[in-house]
Write a protein that binds this ligand. Structure first.
Ligand code: GLN
Length: 445
């Protein structure tokens, strides 16, 4: 979804002022509010909706001189792992048009992969930046919870949501992060104090310890994914990091916990789409209750309705203790487990997804199989910690391979320099972007 030349020209005029992202074309996932483009969240219920304000992330990009070229496709309300649940049709993987780009931020990930723009923003509630980044062979950062303002990001699971960054180089992720991260008076959940300084992203990994998941083969991970992980581990070791074996933390438990917490929060957040305040309204309703019911039944797709039903059930009287409270307890436990693990290593090396990009239609009829795509990413959202997907070249059949780095809160500088160390060793991409130089990092000018 790209919008008019006029908007690009106007943005360009602003970009001429300069700034660290002066003139850099950027794409935004279609759940990030901008005044000049519609924000649909991939849903019919928001068809044509134009927000009256800019998200804080958008304001900061504009001030840094970026040129916003349009919006990227997504699973409806960011619920999905393949971008097939968009009311506007699926996005395809640029490496193989018969396969999905991952989701829910599949549009921005695919756009960065094939070179439409060098940097794009997505949102990550349970993996929606890291998993599509992995499927499309680009970098994808989910920052520490509260580091990038959620003001103007349409809420899905507010305690899990973070805006994330796609780019083809570690340095470009760092640059966008340095522009976006920091407290915001419009979002009371942003962390106070300055965001960590990521200008040392070329520092290397000498002396760092990385966690290596010894029990991984028990989790049903594809061979090619394990091969990618082994290559990345060897590259990190050659660059001076030390491997510390550990058992992979909360997999299935994290998925179960997430699908209670996220759906509960979504059922509350999505209550505002009622045909009165925003976008689509069902015309054929003669009383208020019918207006709500018909608008929501016709405006939301099947997956969104499924989540709202699950979440409403988990929060309902009589079931709240059994489901929602139990999930909150499990969440505290998961947080604690990550905390303990980071006492033994500086970051962990994990897959971003147990599989390579799958075929279109392969999982749409099986929601549980789709949910399990996020087994390695969901823990970071529950624990509020940052994660970075890093490309590690292609498989023999030409599909992107990727790894995920997870670290404790505010470890973005470590993740980016480890990502950079891996980037320096790998060299294979289908779309040859090596002719392009990275954007000048402000401190180097
Ligand atoms: N795939 C997960 C879900 O469907 C995560 C989505 C996301 O991170 N927005 O909920």
């Amino acid at each position: 979804m790209c919008h008019g030349d006029d908007a690009a020209r106007a943005a360009n005029a602003r970009a001429v002022r300069g700034g660290p992202l002066a003139g850099v074309p950027m794409l935004l996932k279609d759940n990030i509010c901008t005044t000049e483009f519609p924000t649909t969240c991939g849903s019919k219920i928001l068809a044509g909706y134009r927000p009256p304000y800019d998200a804080t992330a958008v304001t900061r990009l504009r001030e840094a001189g970026a040129v916003l070229i349009g919006k990227g496709n997504m699973d409806e309300f960011a619920m999905g792992s393949s971008t097939e649940y968009s009311a506007y049709g699926p996005t395809r993987n640029p490496y193989d048009l018969g396969r999905v780009p991952g989701g829910s931020s599949g549009g921005p990930a695919a756009a960065v992969a094939y070179g439409l723009c060098p940097i794009a923003l997505g949102s990550d509630t349970g993996g929606s930046v890291r998993q599509p980044a992995a499927f499309c062979g680009v970098f994808g950062l989910k920052p520490t919870y509260g580091r990038i303002s959620r003001y103007g990001l349409v809420a899905f699971g507010s305690s899990l949501d973070q805006i994330g960054i796609f780019a083809r180089h570690a340095g470009d992720v760092a640059l966008a992060y340095s522009v976006l991260a920091g407290p915001d008076a419009y979002d009371a959940t942003t962390r106070l104090g300055d965001a960590p300084d990521v200008s040392g992203w070329e520092r290397g990994v000498e002396g760092l310890r990385f966690g290596w998941p010894e029990n991984l083969w028990k989790e049903g991970v594809e061979r090619d994914v394990i091969d990618g992980l082994s290559s990345a581990a060897e590259w990190l070791e050659r660059a001076g990091a030390k491997r510390v074996p550990f058992d992979f933390l909360p997999g299935e438990y994290a998925v179960a916990t997430y699908y209670l917490v996220a759906t509960a929060e979504a059922s509350s957040n999505l209550a505002r789409f009622d045909g009165v305040r925003y976008g689509f309204r069902h015309e054929d309703s003669d009383d208020l209750r019918a207006l709500y019911t018909r608008t929501r039944s016709a405006g939301f797709g099947a997956e969104v309705q499924r989540r709202i039903l699950l979440g409403t059930y988990a929060l309902s009287a009589g079931y709240y203790d059994a489901y929602y409270l139990t999930a909150q307890r499990a969440r505290s436990r998961i947080r604690h487990e990550y905390h303990e693990a980071f006492a033994r290593c500086d970051f962990m090396l994990l897959p971003a997804s147990p599989t390579l990009p799958f075929k279109l239609g392969e999982k749409t009829e099986d929601p549980l199989a789709m949910y399990l795509s996020d087994i390695f990413t969901i823990g970071a959202n529950l624990a509020g910690i940052p994660g970075l997907s890093v490309p590690v070249g292609l498989t023999a059949s030409g599909l992107p391979r990727s790894v995920q780095l997870l670290g404790p809160e505010d470890s973005e500088p470590v993740l980016l320099s480890a990502g950079r160390a891996i980037e320096m060793k790998g060299d294979q991409t289908k779309f040859d972007h090596r002719h392009e130089s990275e954007f000048a990092w402000p401190t180097k000018r």
